[in-house]
Each structure stands twice: as C-alpha cells, then as structure tokens.
Design a protein around this ligand. Structure first.
Ligand code: AP5
Ligand code: MG
Length: 191
C-alpha cells in the first residue's frame, strides 16, 4: 500500500494530478475539499456548518476534517493505496493523521509538494472560476485570502514530513503531462 500526500497551494494542480496518479497506480483519491463540497451540495448538517468557511477561504475546523479522514481510512482498508489531496493542512492534522494510520498499521509514504508561483495560481483559479461554480473561486479577494491561509497555516506542514524524510517537491509549471512525469518519477522511487 502506498499513501501519498499531495500538497501545495490552492490551484497548484493537486486535483488534476491526483486524477492521473489514480489511473497510473490504481490507487484511491480523496480530497477533503471535495468531501466538504459534497456535504454542502447535499445540504447535510455538516455541510451547512462548513459553508461559511469554504466561501471565505478559511480552513474548516481541524476536528471535523480529521474525523472525515479517520472515517475514510477505516472504510478503505483494502485499497492498494491512496492520494490524500488537500489533507493534512495544519500540523495538528498531520500529527493526528499519523495516529489514524498507525492504528491500522499504515503510514504516509511520501508528501509531494507542487510548487507554482503565486500569480500563476491566481490566474489558474480565476480561469477555472468561470465554470467551476465554486464559491471560493468567484472573487480574486477570496482567492488571495486562500493563498494567505496557505502561507500562514499550511505551508509549515511540509516541515513535518521533511523531518520524517518523506518530503519531495516538484516544479508545477509546465504542461499537465510534464508535471505528472515529475511526480511519477518520485512515486516510482518510493515503492
Ligand atoms: P480544496 O478543495 O482542497 O482547494 P484548494 O487547496 O484551494 O485547491 P484547489 O482545489 O483550488 O486547486 P488544486 O490544487 O486541486 O488544483 P487543480 O488541479 O484544481 O479546499 C477548498 C476549501 O476546503 C479550503 O479552502 C478549506 O476551506 C476547505 N478544506 C479542504 N481541506 C481542508 C483541510 N484539510 N482542513 C481544513 N479545511 C479544508 O488545478 C487548478 C486549475 O489549474 C484547474 O483549472 C486546472 O485545470 C489548471 N491546471 C492544473 N495543472 C495545470 C498546469 N500544469 N498548467 C496550467 N493549468 C493547470
Ligand atoms: Mg482541488
């Protein structure tokens, strides 16, 4: 089983690359952002409680997101592996994630950090926002707030995995295929 944490700022290409990795390696993909948006679409109580965080580009509370991932892991123990996209996003989440996995005899194998300069991130998200219907893609102000949250609260999570010798970064500029080849080169060396 291989567990990959796909990391990087909003718009760096986590979702896009996760889709490719899923096909190449036959592993699962879970995006906490997608799970939350699904809850909002279905109008569940959990979804309603998350709506304002997402719309403002703020992080949802750790305990809620950690609970979602704990359930996900417990329900997918027979998977060949998994790509965790957008999780963990705080050091608390990273610490709890190790405990959740350890409970099932599992671990994170590698964090892949996709690096893209800020102006390109804004450009990509604004472009996607024309069609995505995502509340947090609609205005440049919210996009910039998401990037600030990333720098202030999330970027530090890379240190957690670096300290465990599980950190790799890739240049996220180039075609989707080029970026994929860089990531696959790292994943192939982990196995
Ligand atoms: P989440 O859904 O995770 O969003 P995000 O991190 O802001 O990232 P995006 O999904 O916007 O971008 P991406 O990196 O997936 O890039 P994509 O492949 O789409 O989180 C949303 C919200 O949920 C958070 O703000 C928070 O409120 C909450 N949340 C989620 N997880 C949480 C957690 N763990 N804790 C607390 N709260 C949490 O690509 C972007 C665009 O660029 C696309 O249009 C794509 O086609 C294009 N593109 C991709 N690759 C390339 C390329 N190489 N060249 C040109 N364009 C490209
Ligand atoms: Mg995404």
């Amino acid at each position: 089983m291989i567990n990959i944490v796909l990391f990087g700022a909003p718009g760096c290409g986590k979702g896009t690359q996760a889709q490719r990795l899923k096909e190449r390696y036959g592993i699962d993909h879970v995006s906490t952002g997608e799970v939350i948006r699904g809850e909002i679409r279905r109008g569940t109580e959990l979804g309603r409680s998350m709506e304002s965080y997402i719309a403002q580009g703020k992080l949802a509370p750790d305990e809620i997101v950690i609970g979602m991932i704990a359930n996900y892991v417990a329900e997918h123990l027979d998977a060949k592996g998994c790509i965790f996209d957008g999780f963990p996003r705080t050091t608390v989440q990273a610490e709890e994630f190790d405990k959740i996995l350890a409970k099932h005899g599992l671990k994170v194998d590698i964090m892949v950090d996709i690096h893209v300069p800020e102006e390109e991130l804004v450009r990509r998200i604004l472009l996607r926002g024309k069609e995505s219907g995502r509340a947090d893609d609609a205005s440049e102000e919210v996009i910039r707030d998401r990037l600030k949250v990333y720098h202030d609260q999330t970027a530090v999570v890379s240190d957690f995995y670096a300290a465990q010798g599980k950190y790799a970064s890739v240049d996220g500029i180039g075609t989707i295929d080029e970026v994929f080849d860089r990531i696959a080169g790292i994943v192939d060396n982990v196995k």
